[in-house]
Design a protein around this ligand. Structure first.
Ligand code: GFP
Length: 832
């Protein structure tokens, strides 16, 4: 403050010279630290505190170490001033932080030791932490995995998002029905974040745009009608095996302290305050993904609030070191995660035009060099639209800019494609019709230098289906970066048994940073010693999962059974219903078997988990059906241990960490062409679970790495689907399918009225997701899995080969590709 550019630089140089590691990690220092936090942070006596208080003190002690690295990284990057990437996402599913932090910092054992001496157990305290569930599903967890890789690979990067007061709803199951409960995750404080009261920006809404004279030129001036403060909450993200710690900056809305004379002049002091408090609702709640939020004003407010604060922050940081905006694309890459943050494009244009007074062409050129956009959508109909009226009311200046961008784009396009008005109207950023809409994806494509899909097949779908017109116009703009997951969270943190086993057999822990080394396991896939240890590790994980299932549902499951798992958001295209119908078929077969045939059945524990969006009726019926079928099967004496069906409630990151390592088989069975990528499959693969899957999204690439012979692949192929859909009613579903659907329809599992509409979706002419068509090949794939499981040696070999083939699916590879091909950034590693 008050310093000029040169003074600030000199000060940074001086501070940098003082950098050192302050906090020590020996057992005595750690114990002292924890006890200090008990006494002074948690304010309990160091002679009397419980597990939760110990967790709080422990997390503050870890946080101190995170902060140290985070400061050092920031200072170093500031000094080096490389090009940085800013990852903008409205959702981050971080899960818990504690275990991940100590593992990435490399001080897990030291802490475990220190705690032992104080009479506590690290694992027990880790269980005290709740999940940070600021996202819905795959897109949000991908953001979290990418942050871990950015930190580990020392890239100069920050994440930006929203600090929702309420995370994704908690799923409660009552009589088999899903109920949603608020997730007030901040109730007991959040020791992993740092509130930055001094880092705040005003964000403006509503109002009017007027023209003013500025140095003889007419300039647009936005006179806003409402101002809200965005306050930063910083969440350090530690890399593994490096001192780098990045920042995830989440914004919370607070009432503005600027005087709003109009409301105070009316004399209604209390109401004026109440109105201000309403500002906080902007960051109150995460929208559940029911694809019906489009057009909601609050959602749009959230989007703009978050991008406006982030851009003010980013531009302020740029201006600390630079005066010329032509340098912006050399210093800043902005990544927009799906279309939700796309208003950032318009906001940057507004800042460059109205605040920095650049001319249009220069501002537009700079903007287009900075933004890259990743889409996660496969359906043209699923693309985000915002009614023009709503946008114009909330952000009048932005609507003008969008119109101007579109006008210029249309003029350019006409020069290329001529008077093809159908195509022009399809590609326009403005959708004409009874309700005029802004097509947010079109805006994002027009103003980004690169558009990425999330798997090889996804790019094909973008070309053929979702963005056909744009791909034909700008083929060089469209690429794909296959998604990935971080092996730190999904093996090292969640599966310590397997982690030590892998390190032992590879003779190194380097695979944790260089996951391609996992391929080295291939040579031992048939080694009896590795096989024995591998099976043992799986058994320990299955035991942990079995205990969890028993505590939750009272169902006892046999560890000798195959644990067959499908955990993900509940959606018709993901076809949990196909899974349940398959379970009914298996049940029906067992019921009708002779005693000797029963002896040959491979026992199964079928596990399903996932949330249905609150407004998604059919998905909720699928959850109820799962419970109704489970009730019948789990209490049938004829079936016994041969088949169990379990629904795991409130699926989230922590539950996934428990379930995935304990699975033998996992299902990824979306109708081909509907899953843009899928990342759950990658987590299971790394953990040595065999995949039963359709050739959809990332499983196509998994097949290339692992070999189809080590998976159970079934179902209609992508290129067959259109013809199958066309045939519609003439597709004859197999008799077995008709039989199991009839059992549900006729009330074999009760609730026949309730399940009627669900069964109706399976009628031949309505079976959009082709469950009937795929049923036979699904059952064959399941039978192949049974046969493979009987031969445990073969099964274990396939399991080892799955882990060995998982290297490509690390988010480290994804990030390297983005860094090189999309963002143009280099690592910036702090030398200490
Ligand atoms: C979406 C897509 C998935 C994809 C993820 C991450 O997931 O296929 O793997 O994004 O790219 F549908 P959801 O957010 O919809 O779960």
């Amino acid at each position: 403050l008050g310093m000029d550019f040169g003074q600030r630089k000199a000060k940074a140089e001086k501070m940098f010279g003082l950098m050192d590691v302050f906090l020590k990690n020996d057992s005595v220092s750690l114990q002292k630290d924890i006890l200090d936090h008990v006494e002074y942070t948690v304010a309990r006596s160091r002679f009397s505190f419980d597990d939760f208080e110990a967790y709080q003190a422990l997390s503050h002690s870890i946080r101190d170490r995170l902060i140290e690295r985070w400061h050092d990284t920031h200072l170093y990057v500031k000094k080096q001033d490389p090009k940085r990437v800013y990852f903008l996402s409205l959702e981050f599913l971080m899960g818990r932080s504690m275990t991940n932090s100590v593992i990435n910092l490399g001080i897990r054992d030291q802490y475990a030791d220190a705690l032992n001496q104080l009479g506590f157990e690290f694992e027990v305290l880790a269980e005290q932490e709740g999940d940070a569930a600021l996202g819905n599903g795959g897109l949000a967890r991908l953001s979290a995995c990418l942050m871990d890789s950015l930190a580990t690979l020392d890239y100069p990067a920050w994440g930006y998002g929203l600090r929702y007061q309420y995370g994704l709803f908690r799923q409660i199951i009552l009589d088999g029905f899903q109920l949603e409960q608020p997730d007030y995750w901040l109730n007991f404080g959040n020791p992993w974040e740092i509130e930055r009261v001094h880092v705040s920006y005003s964000v403006k809404f509503y109002g009017t745009v007027e023209e003013e004279d500025l140095d003889g030129e007419r300039t647009k001036v936005w006179i806003p009608g409402e101002t809200v403060e965005a306050v930063a909450y910083d969440n350090p993200i530690p890399g593994y095996g490096t001192r780098s710690a990045l920042n995830l900056r989440l914004w919370a809305a607070k009432p503005s302290d600027k005087y709003d004379m109009e409301s105070y002049n009316t004399g209604d002091y209390i109401n004026a305050i109440m109105n201000r408090q309403k500002a906080e609702t902007i960051s109150n709640v995460l929208y559940p993904d029911d694809r019906s939020y489009q057009g909601k004003e609050l959602r749009l407010k959230q989007q703009y609030f978050f991008v406006s604060a982030s851009l003010q922050d980013i531009i302020r940081r740029f201006k600390d070191n630079h005066q010329n905006f032509d340098e912006l694309p050399d210093k800043v890459a902005l990544q927009i995660n799906d279309t939700h943050p796309a208003l950032a494009i318009v906001e940057l244009m507004r800042m460059l035009l109205d605040e920095e007074h650049l001319d249009w062409n220069r501002a537009f050129e700079i903007t287009c060099k900075i933004f890259s956009f990743t889409t996660h959508t496969v359906e043209p109909g699923g693309l985000e639209k915002v009614p023009v009226d709503l946008l114009g009311h909330l952000l009048p200046r932005h609507l003008q800019i969008i119109y101007e961008i579109n006008y210029k784009f249309m003029e350019e396009l006409k020069k290329i494609i001529g008077q093809d008005y159908d195509r022009l109207s399809r590609m326009s950023i403005i959708e004409e019709g009874a309700v005029k809409n802004v097509r947010v994806a079109n805006l994002s494509i027009v103003c980004s230098h690169t558009v990425n899909g999330v798997s090889k097949v996804h790019l094909q779908l973008l070309k053929e289906r979702v963005f056909k017109d744009f791909c034909e116009l700008w083929p060089q703009k469209f690429h794909y970066k296959t998604n990935g997951v971080t092996q730190r969270r999904w093996v090292v943190v969640s599966n310590p048994n397997l982690c030590s086993l892998i390190s032992k057999w590879l003779g190194t822990e380097s695979w944790i940073r260089n996951v391609d080394l996992l391929g080295g396991l291939r040579q031992y896939a048939t080694d009896p010693d590795l096989q024995r240890e591998w099976k043992m590790a799986k058994k320990v994980n299955k035991l942990r999962l079995a205990e969890y299932i028993e505590t939750l549902s009272g169902v006892k499951v046999s560890l000798d059974a195959m644990f067959d798992v499908q955990v993900k958001r509940i959606h018709e295209y993901k076809r949990q219903l196909l899974n349940i119908l398959g379970v009914i078929h298996r049940f029906d077969c067992i019921k009708n078997m002779s005693a000797s045939d029963k002896g040959k059945v491979v026992p199964r524990v079928c596990i399903i988990g996932g949330k249905a969006a609150p407004g998604y009726d059919i998905a909720k019926k699928i959850i109820k059906l799962c419970h109704a079928v489970a009730d019948k099967i789990n209490n049938d004496a004829d079936v016994g241990d041969l088949l169990k069906l379990v629904f795991i409630p409130d699926y989230n990151v922590s539950v996934a960490e428990l379930v995935i390592p304990g699975s033998d088989l996992s299902q990824h069975i979306s109708t081909a062409g509907h899953e843009a990528s899928g990342t759950g499959s990658m987590k299971f693969l790394m953990n040595g679970c065999l995949l039963l899957a359709t050739a959809d999204g990332s499983t196509v690439e998994i097949m290339e790495e692992v070999g189809a012979e080590n998976m159970f692949i079934f179902g209609a192929k992508l290129d067959e689907i259109p013809a199958l859909r066309e045939k519609g009613a003439s597709l004859k579903a197999p008799l077995q399918f008709a039989r199991v659907v009839r059992m549900v329809r006729d009330g074999y599992f009760g609730f026949e009225d309730y399940f009627k509409s669900l069964c109706d979706t399976l009628e031949e002419e309505k079976d959009f997701y082709l469950l009937g068509y795929d049923f036979t090949s699904y059952l064959e794939a399941q039978a192949a899995a049974d046969r493979a499981f009987v031969d445990q040696e073969k099964w274990t070999q396939m399991s080892i080969l799955s882990t060995a083939g998982a290297g490509k699916f690390s988010s480290d590879r994804t990030i390297e590709e983005y860094a090189k091909h999309t963002w143009g950034i280099e690592p910036c590693k702090c030398p200490f």
